[in-house]
Design a protein around this ligand. Structure first.
Ligand SMILES: [Zn+2]
Length: 312
């Protein structure tokens, strides 16, 4: 029994007004395919040890050039390279107890393909290091104090002092990118945020209730939560920039509900299979739930969510 309770504080959820905070599937990553394949462009999961060495050398060069006074420890934890400025044993421990732990379980639950590139996972030891190095290494000034995924930098970038939950959340995004190309933001963020507080149940990863519950319960009591039709039809811009305050939590607790009813994995598989004809996942949701009347379902779901508890 793995005793991992991956404590979360928050996620890339406050990406709203930060143009530099990469979104899960920014269009910028798509047209980037160069005419000539490079080792980084090989098929998922086909990277050799030499590819990891080459990428590690590139990253060491980047540090030497942009943050010459800083010392980082490297751990190759496939399909990632984990880089941290905590003590070597601590970086190693995080690579195993958080990164490997989550990757193994997420892959067995959902993802056949690894990310298309060798991604680096930067674990900055505290807020000062996070601020200093996001600027120095990536010329970034992130809006989130916790961490984010940068598709452009091929990096997950964390202030690890805020906990491992955000890291698990962000790990979901490059796997979605590699396995569910047309995934809408609501599902991408719902799944990421589901696992920002997670544990193992019978060897499988499960999301637990977390800090996002209270705000959702408040919105439910005020009758302010949009319909699932509205939520699932949001574009990425609407999801991130026109969030009524419940987009993440509504998505998260819809997926939590499906998880607890034993429907989440089946929903994911059917959503991926049918995304061309049902790009929002709404019809597939109705099918998996066996519900035609989604207004009635929403009332049932709201009652369910109001009974959930977090932290006591
Ligand atoms: Zn996210």
């Amino acid at each position: 029994m793995f005793a991992a309770l991956l404590l979360a504080t928050a996620s890339c959820g406050n990406s709203d007004n930060n143009a530099k905070t990469p979104k899960p599937k920014p269009p910028a990553t798509k047209p980037a395919a160069p005419a000539q394949p490079t080792p980084m462009m090989k098929g998922s999961g086909s990277f050799t040890d030499a590819d990891y060495k080459r990428r590690t050398a590139e990253l060491r060069k980047l540090i030497a050039a942009k943050a010459p006074g800083s010392t980082f420890n490297f751990v190759v934890q496939k399909p990632f390279i984990v880089i941290g400025d905590e003590a070597p044993a601590r970086v190693e421990q995080r690579a195993i107890s958080t990164v490997k732990w989550a990757v193994d379980r997420l892959k067995s639950a959902y993802f056949a393909k690894d990310p298309k590139h060798i991604l680096s996972v930067w674990l900055f030891k505290d807020k000062a290091s996070y601020r200093k190095h996001t600027k120095a290494l990536f010329d970034d000034d992130p809006g989130t104090p916790y961490g984010y995924y940068s598709s452009a930098e091929r990096a997950l970038i964390m202030n690890i002092a805020t906990g491992g939950g955000t890291l698990v959340h962000e790990i979901v995004h490059p796997f979605i990118e590699a396995n569910f190309e047309d995934c809408p933001s609501w599902f991408n963020e719902g799944l990421g945020s589901l696992y920002e507080q997670s544990s193992s149940r019978a060897g499988k990863i499960v999301g637990l209730t977390n800090w996002r519950l209270a705000g959702l319960q408040r919105a439910i009591r005020k009758n302010e939560v949009p319909s699932f039709k509205t939520l699932t039809s949001t574009t990425s811009r609407q999801f991130y920039n026109q969030d009524p305050g419940t987009n993440y939590s509504q998505s998260r607790y819809l997926l939590y509900y499906l998880q607890e009813k034993g429907l989440l994995r089946s929903y994911y598989k059917q959503f991926v299979a049918n995304v061309k004809t049902d790009p929002t996942g709404y019809a597939t949701l109705q099918k998996v739930l066996g519900r035609k009347d989604m207004a009635a379902f929403k009332l049932d779901w709201q009652r369910y969510v109001l009974k959930l508890r977090f932290g006591g």
